[in-house]
Write a protein that binds this ligand. Structure first.
Ligand code: CTP
Ligand code: ZN
Length: 160
């Protein structure tokens, strides 16, 4: 069968074409696509093929962002950080045009070593090496050391 999607009922709604091999990060919160790419360290400078849809209609939400990256699969660390800015994302692994694996991201209770606290008085920003640790809340993260809560500014804390 033709897996390139000509028979799919919703194809007239496709904004971004299907990919052959790679990862589709779907159901990303509106407005977060560029932050997701920043987390993954993807900026196109290495010739990666990337498609981004922003504020496209969604079944699940009013609007969503979607990112398609050719020839790239994600590590668990990358997925963990993604959950912080795109908690409802679905990660689809595509091989030869077919979705071969689909997983909802699982929000961890705690993330260690992936974010840096931006409170200059925090012990984790001092000279002694202390691995950062944040408790993951419903819609925010809280530094386990100084208890500062970060919400919209989470992307700025990401270690890259
Ligand atoms: N996709 C793609 N290229 C492919 C196959 C799928 O870009 N070769 C994209 C689809 O456009 C969709 C996502 O990957 O955005 C997931 O594909 P699929 O599981 O077929 O769609 P749905 O069933 O609608 O997904 P869900 O139930 O997760 O919403
Ligand atoms: Zn702190």
């Amino acid at each position: 069968t033709d897996t390139r999607g000509t028979g799919h009922a919703h194809d007239h709604e496709l904004r971004v074409s299907k990919i052959q091999n790679g990862t589709v990060i779907d159901h990303v919160r509106s407005g977060q696509a560029l932050n997701v790419l920043a987390v993954l360290g993807i900026d196109g400078s290495e010739g990666e093929e990337i498609s981004i849809g922003m504020n496209v209609p969604s079944d699940r939400f009013a609007r969503k962002d979607i990112i398609k990256v050719e020839d790239r699969e994600l590590s668990q660390d990358e997925v963990d950080v993604l959950t912080l800015i795109a908690p409802d994302a679905t990660i689809n692994i595509v091989r030869e045009y077919e979705v071969v694996e689909k997983s909802r991201v699982d929000r961890p209770d705690v993330v260690e070593g992936v974010l840096s606290c931006s409170n200059s008085g925090c012990i984790t920003t001092g000279d002694e090496p202390v691995t950062s640790k944040f408790d993951v809340l419903e819609d925010a993260v809280r530094c386990a050391y100084c208890e500062t809560i970060f919400r919209e500014d989470i992307p700025a804390l990401i270690d890259t």
